[in-house]
Write a protein that binds this ligand. Structure first.
Ligand code: SF4
Length: 316
């Protein structure tokens, strides 16, 4: 007798419906996957960034769309636009339709529009046919974080605290069956890069974002149906004058996923500590991540120089 179909709709990996955008603001509003890697990473760098993200007052995607002189997109916004074009392409659109989607967005600086068009045409030439069998495009899953107990969380809307289960969420650019294979599952992660070097690749090998893709999938009912993730393929588009493309498969080992589990648990417990000790209304600034060798955090002024006024304005 065939086993009953799973009831969890995410087992079927519902792709996000394609939304065509007319403005950069609309495109960038989507941002990250919620309580996933980007929120976790912000939390690890600074508790105040964690608090701002919990309150929803900081969306780095919205706040940094242009470079300092306003003549080109910031690397983050350029990367989001690149994801969007590849999402449009994945919905079986022609090259011309993808370029039309690009040109329908009004507020892209000319320089970046031109660069993006060159990059996309070179990508389409480099990979004229996709051999991937996509299980999902822009599909999102969430799985419980194994803390071993419920965790104290404050609802930012009501300000009330309660004990609750906590989840880690991932949005995959694509989940596919590897070419030439009937069942090996790959996650595809599209990235743009200014240049490539061996160190770029080794950074991604230990990236929590990449490790978390396998970690979450292998704990989700989808993996029972399709099998565990075999590799995360980094699909790099290098934005040099002559664009270059590299697809690098990364195999995530047990030691990495073990360390990732521990890191997530530590993050959850740290957040719980701050929520219990200070609540969400009071800022949580610490100084360990305010500056590094190359730059300062964009919130230095509000956190340390005009603290109460600037921060309460942001939170309001
Ligand atoms: S300025 Fe410092 S304390 Fe404020 S958010 Fe940035 S890193 Fe955190």
């Amino acid at each position: 007798m065939p086993s009953p179909r799973p009831k969890d709709p995410l087992v079927e990996l519902v792709s996000q419906p394609l939304v065509l955008h007319k403005s950069l603001a609309g495109l960038l509003a989507g941002g990250s996957s919620g309580e996933g890697w980007h929120q976790t990473m912000a939390s690890w760098t600074c508790p105040e960034k964690m608090r701002q993200r919990i309150l929803g007052t900081v969306n780095i995607y919205k706040e940094q769309p242009f470079d300092y002189d306003g003549t080109s997109l910031s690397p983050l916004a350029f990367g989001s636009l690149w994801h969007y074009l590849l999402e449009v392409q994945a919905h079986k659109k022609t090259k011309e339709q993808v370029l039309h989607a690009l040109n329908s967005i009004q507020d892209i600086p000319d320089q970046s529009r031109q660069k993006m068009e060159t990059l996309f045409l070179a990508y389409a030439q480099r990979y004229p046919k996709t051999t991937w069998k996509a299980l999902g495009v822009e599909c999102k899953i969430r799985v419980p974080i194994p803390v071993g107990r419920k965790v104290w969380r404050i609802d930012p809307k009501t300000g009330k605290g309660r004990f609750t289960e906590v989840f880690y969420s991932v949005r995959y650019d694509k989940v596919v069956i590897a070419p030439g294979s009937h069942k090996l599952v790959q996650a595809i992660e599209h990235k743009t890069a200014s240049r490539m070097s061996p160190s770029t690749l080794s950074e991604w090998r230990m990236s929590g974002q990449v490790i978390g893709q396998k970690w979450a999938w292998d704990r989700h009912p989808a993996s029972t149906r399709y099998g565990p993730i075999y590799q995360v393929v980094m699909d790099f588009a290098v934005k040099t004058q002559e664009p270059a493309f590299i697809r690098e498969p990364l195999v995530i080992g047990k030691a990495q996923t073990f360390a990732f589990t521990q890191s997530l648990i530590d993050w959850v417990l740290t957040r719980e500590h701050f929520e219990k000790a200070y609540g969400l209304d009071r800022p949580w600034p610490r100084t360990w991540a305010c500056t590094d060798r190359y730059s300062s955090c964009p919130f230095v002024d509000s956190c340390h120089y005009d603290n109460s006024a600037a921060l309460s304005k942001r939170v309001a």
